[in-house]
Write a protein that binds this ligand. Structure first.
Ligand code: UDX
Length: 474
């Protein structure tokens, strides 16, 4: 099918490349000319595993090219709207980019096409879109609106496109759902050469959910808000565990065994970030308020999340006593691993609070150093984790990159001024670390002191205050 994708961000570029990979002829458009030039030059504006290969391969095969919106909408059979819906000051989603695309489609598209809303939008946006298209159409455009929310996660976006749990379609007429099924047929039947897994077997067939547009729009906001709620819930349980000397990893394990709860998204830490959860929770609260529903539960989900960084800094303060003038290393800057995205990243807020309190912060991220430096220049960004930890009195882990599990701990210990690690993602092995003479403080887990039979490095092994505190409680 001749498909156009408007918006070359995470959702748009990924969808465009994947739709081309399953055989469609795709034009991907963006109103940012510089971004189009970067893409036409074969570069990507962000890091996403496997995406560069897909863009290059499908570009070479003539199935993917980059266009202006005006050209892209001209004679498409289906147009995916994938532009950003960032938060306005009042927390509502900014729909101006969506409205602009609707106008361009109305004025430039001809004949019949599907207009598919993939951006995350408030409920009933498709009705507004329909009105806009009718209002501004001057070329006798005939179209059907579809709500097709996106569930891809950054860092695993390609895998999520090819192996989704479900594909949700919100339509007003059955025939339109049939046309959408044609677009996704290779994914639904899992009949494609998988760009992610060499041995791509035993992937379950995605569920195909056909409903009305408003329900489809709500599925997206409700799903993200529920996942965010799960994270804030386990973060509160972690705080409780710290207060009573229990271990949240065990609690989460026990909870997650119940299939009604499930183990996913029960990892406590320094809070959720990224360009989705924070803004979608806010937007959902606003949507509900406009409909006369006080979604107080989600307001508390936000409040709990906002307090995570301050609570983590309080732990650092407790260990170091004074933060001003201290050398502190921070590992991980992106809002999650396998992406260079630092939007609403808890790690950036952590840098901000530490520097504001007078710490000397050296930071490292496998992919996001440049983007972090662009939004927060007041830290020292290092080329590798050891450089960041050089002479540090504490090492804080903010993003659980795999790389941080494969560290030469002896080399790290020799580099640091004090072998103290505060793990904001419970991702490191406390036993292994204490075996190398580190003191370890996790989230919602009992702090662990360095094993004393470890040959002393030049840095003194001072039991952590958390450990001392525990000795007292025990
Ligand atoms: C999310 C949704 O998962 C995805 O379906 C939707 O399409 C877009 O929004 P994404 O923002 O890429 O995807 O990240 P996700 O993997 O969901 O993580 C969001 C945040 O929650 C990250 O900051 C992550 O560190 C945090 N998180 C996640 C936790 O703190 N604990 C967990 O157990 C899981």
């Amino acid at each position: 099918m001749k498909i156009s994708v408007i918006g070359a961000g995470y959702v748009g570029l990924t969808s465009a490349a994947c739709l081309a990979e399953i055989g469609h002829t795709v034009r991907c458009a963006d109103n940012d000319e510089r971004k189009l030039d970067v893409l036409r030059g074969g570069q990507l504006p962000f890091f996403e595993p496997h995406l560069e290969d897909l863009v290059t391969r499908n570009g070479k095969a003539g199935r993917l090219r980059f266009e202006t919106t005006e050209n892209a909408v001209a004679d498409a059979e289906a147009i995916f709207i994938c532009v950003g819906t960032p938060p306005l000051d009042n927390g509502e989603a900014d729909l101006s980019a969506v409205a602009n695309v609707a106008r361009t489609i109305a004025q430039r598209a001809t004949g019949y096409c599907l207009v598919i809303e993939k951006s995350t939008v408030p409920v009933q946006t498709s009705q507004q879109l329909k009105r806009q298209l009718q209002l501004y159409s001057n070329k006798g455009l005939r179209c059907d609106l579809v709500s097709n929310p996106e569930f891809l996660r950054e860092g695993s976006a390609i895998e999520d496109f090819f192996h989704p749990d479900r594909i949700v379609i919100g339509v007003e007429r059955e025939e339109v759902a049939a046309r959408m099924r044609e677009i996704y047929r290779p994914v639904l039947e899992q009949t494609f050469q998988c760009p992610v897994h060499a041995e791509c077997t035993a992937h379950k067939t995605p569920a195909w959910i056909v409903t009305d547009p408003s329900s489809a729009e709500l599925i997206k906001h409700a799903s993200n808000s529920f996942l965010a709620m799960k994270i804030s819930f386990i973060n509160m349980v972690a705080d409780l565990c710290e207060a009573v000397g229990a271990d949240v990893t065990k609690v989460a394990l026990g909870m997650g065994m119940d299939p009604r709860i499930g183990p996913a998204f029960l990892n406590p830490g320094i809070g959720f970030g990224g360009f989705c959860f924070p803004k979608d929770v806010q937007a959902f609260v606003r949507i509900a308020a406009k409909a006369g529903c006080d979604f107080s539960l989600l307001k508390e989900v936000e409040n709990i999340n906002k307090r995570r960084i301050e609570r983590f800094v309080e732990k650092v303060r407790k260990e170091l006593w004074v933060i001003r003038g201290r050398k502190i290393a921070v590992w991980g800057l992106s809002f999650k691993p396998n992406t260079d995205d630092v939007r609403f990243a808890p790690a950036i807020e952590l840098l901000r609070l530490l520097v504001r309190e007078g710490a000397e912060v050296s930071a490292y991220d496998p992919q996001a150093n440049d983007k972090a430096k662009a939004v927060f220049p007041n830290a020292r960004y290092c080329a590798d984790p050891y450089e960041a930890a050089q002479d540090a009195e504490a090492l804080l882990l903010a993003t659980e990159w795999e790389e941080f599990r494969r560290i030469d701990w002896q080399r790290l210990r020799d580099a640091m001024d004090r072998p103290l690690i505060l793990d904001g993602r419970n991702t490191l092995d406390a036993n292994e670390l204490t075996g190398h003479g580190f003191n370890y403080v996790g989230v919602g887990r009992p702090a662990v002191a360095a094993k004393t039979n470890v040959p002393a490095a030049d840095s003194a092994i001072e039991p952590t205050n958390a450990v001392k505190g525990l000795a007292e409680t025990r």
